[in-house]
Design a protein around this ligand. Structure first.
Ligand SMILES: *Cc1c(COP(=O)(O)O)cnc(C)c1O
Length: 425
């Protein structure tokens, strides 16, 4: 299985039925699981045996789909969560708690920024946000003795900056902490962060992975590359006994490849219950089976739209990492040589009014708070997701009143361009 290319993994990894078993991933629509003796079940509660007892912690359908995503990313263990937000929270909270500190890239998704900067701060975790283009010195200066992780996004939503894996991975590892990457926009079809030094990957599977706008979900995958025991004093949750499991030490019992996900399941999923429903995991698996073919069309449409917009006299500027001349083009060619994503953002001439008029004229692109599904959609951040911000705050976070975010779906390329052309007028 290890030697399969990504396309084959999308279709075949995870569920491998035996003789006479269902061809399609079965939906284990069951909250609970039956045992012959209390002793059998006791072993599960002590983490001495593997198995299922309650779907708040684990479900077989979810684990089969998580195994596929783990194979696609090239990791050792993975889990599904109820949303991308839950995945980001678990990935960080599994190793950083009250009194700890995390370095994060400033262009991360707004929902993640809020989770870190507001909610997790209330839990006593401190964050320093650094520019995606920080120099090595600026980056190193962000670390503190209590830093436990570095967090970034392969392609930032909606800033469309490309993460400098080598620089951030080097800094993280020199400071003895793992690099956690949200790989939602690139997907493992276009980038596998473990190949560039990342240690943990998270996903909002709600986006391209599901790909049809049907199921909110998330995933976490461990590369198995981070040596927790070598930095044992920094990560006591993994390297010292867990009293809520009769003194098990995760890094010893489950090894470097299994400790992180086992702890996140046994403690965080047990206590927070942010499990994905098995029905949603089934939908997610259907999406994964065509992810490799869909990403090609999303990227082809994204590039064609970016090129068209760049050539239009009605357009002030375009952001698309795979477009020659984009500030992140070099990095995209290095880390995303096969394409980036289907999301393009641009600034229209004529200000906010022109932006709103353009959007009202679109026939195929629908106005939605969503990206990355089969149907093309668009959003005017200044009047929706960033509506509460003042003009100055908009400028500070790099959004202007005339900026529009377009998410190219799977429709015919020429039809999409024609739609945008007629709306530009
Ligand atoms: C949407 C998104 C999230 C949050 O995921 P949900 O599934 O909506 O909770 C996290 N990161 C990125 C990059 C996203 O686009």
């Amino acid at each position: 299985m290890q030697n399969w290319n990504i396309e084959t993994k999308c279709v075949q990894s995870g569920y491998r039925p035996g003789n006479g078993e269902p061809r399609e991933v079965p939906i284990y629509q069951s909250t609970t699981f039956k045992y012959a003796t209390s002793a059998d079940m006791g072993k599960l509660f002590d983490l001495e045996a593997e198995g299922y007892f309650y779907t708040r912690l684990q479900n077989p359908t979810n684990d089969l789909v998580a195994a596929k995503i783990t194979a696609m990313e090239g990791g050792t263990a993975g889990m599904l969560t109820s949303s991308g937000q839950a995945a980001s929270f678990f990935a960080v909270f599994n190793i950083a708690t009250q009194g700890d500190h995390v370095v994060a890239c400033s262009t991360i998704y707004g929902g993640t920024f809020n989770l870190f900067n507001v909610t997790m701060r209330k839990m006593g975790i401190d964050f320093t946000f650094v520019s995606p283009d920080a120099t090595e010195e600026e980056l190193n200066a962000a670390f503190k003795p209590n830093t436990k992780a570095v967090f970034g996004e392969t392609i930032a939503n909606p800033a469309l900056t490309v993460f400098d894996f080598e620089k951030f991975a080097k800094a993280a590892h020199e400071h003895g902490v793992p690099l956690i990457i949200d790989n939602t926009f690139a997907t493992p079809v276009n980038c596998r962060p473990f190949e560039w030094g990342a240690d943990i990957v998270t996903h909002s599977t709600t986006k391209y992975m599901d790909g049809h706008g049907t199921a909110v979900g998330g995933a976490i995958v461990d590369s198995g590359n981070f040596d927790w025991m070598a930095h044992a004093e920094k990560f006591p949750g993994l390297t010292t006994p867990d009293e809520s499991y009769h003194g098990i030490t995760y890094a010893e019992r489950f090894g470097q490849g299994g400790a992180f996900i086992t702890k996140a399941t046994a403690q965080l999923m047990r206590d927070f219950g942010a499990i994905q429903s098995p029905q949603n995991a089934f939908y997610l698996n259907l999406g994964l089976e065509s992810l490799h073919t869909r990403m090609r069309q999303h990227c082809a449409n994204g590039l064609a739209l970016a090129e068209f917009l760049k050539s239009s006299p009605k357009v002030e500027s375009v952001n698309y990492p795979s477009l020659p001349g984009d500030p992140y083009y070099e990095r995209a060619m290095k880390y995303l040589p096969n394409g980036s994503c289907g999301v393009v953002s641009f600034c229209i001439k004529g200000g906010r009014d022109a932006a709103e008029e353009f959007m009202s004229k679109l026939k195929i692109f629908a106005i939605e708070t969503h990206v990355a599904d089969a149907r093309s959609c668009c959003l005017h951040p200044a009047s929706s997701t960033h509506r509460q911000l003042t003009e100055q705050e908009l400028i500070d976070c790099g959004i202007s009143g005339n900026q529009i975010r377009m998410s190219c779906g799977l429709e015919n390329t020429e039809d999409l361009i024609r739609d945008v052309e007629q709306a530009l007028g």
